[in-house]
Design a protein around this ligand. Structure first.
Ligand SMILES: [Cu+2]
Ligand SMILES: [Zn+2]
Length: 180
């Protein structure tokens, strides 16, 4: 009888472990997002969770303490949010992240539904409470594509076009590295 009880405990532990594994899978790939400046990486503003779906890559932000508005959002090439020199030799926030992820070398910024940069994502929306929690879908991407790269949030919106330069997106404001 005592033996049977012990087995029961062991079985319960096994179920618990299995349950935790499942919960982790459902949470998806979590990316921490930090403010960035020319001086370096600053405070965290939350996370963005990545998930493969039948319709493409789903990015679910859980960000806070941001000014309300619409923000340009992209996958950048390199897994770094450190400052780096721009073309004119000035230190730029998250410059080490490089440009928009563009494996086909289209050199064209057309937004998430065009044939240009693969890293062009739908804009992020921050509500009146300073929170971003509306998921966005990138139909041409998978989690695997963005691992070993970075997520970038820009001041201002995004016109999803080459004019004006960089689709009207402003400076690099917040960034997170997607671990491999
Ligand atoms: Cu960008
Ligand atoms: Zn782009």
């Amino acid at each position: 009888m005592r033996h049977a009880n012990l087995s029961g405990v062991a079985f319960a532990s096994l179920l618990l472990a299995a349950g935790m594994g499942q919960a982790q899978a459902q949470e998806g790939h979590e990316v921490e997002i930090n403010w960035v400046s020319a001086d370096g990486i600053e405070d965290s503003i939350g996370t963005i969770t990545l998930e493969d779906t039948d319709h493409g890559l789903l990015l679910t932000p859980d960000l806070r303490e941001m000014p309300p508005g619409v923000y340009g959002f992209h996958v950048h090439e390199n897994p770094s949010c450190e400052p780096g020199e721009d073309e004119d030799g000035n230190m730029q926030a998250a410059g080490e992240a490089g440009g928009h992820y563009d494996p086909e070398e289209t050199d064209s910024h057309q937004g998430p539904y065009g044939d240009g940069h693969l890293g062009d994502l739908p804009v992020l929306i921050v509500n009146e409470d300073g929170e971003a929690n509306l998921p966005v879908l990138a139909p041409r991407l998978t989690v695997n594509d963005v691992q070993g790269r970075s997520l970038m949030i820009h001041e201002g919106g995004d016109t999803y076009s080459d004019e004006p330069e960089l689709g009207g997106g402003g400076g690099r404001m917040a960034c997170g590295v997607v671990e491999s």
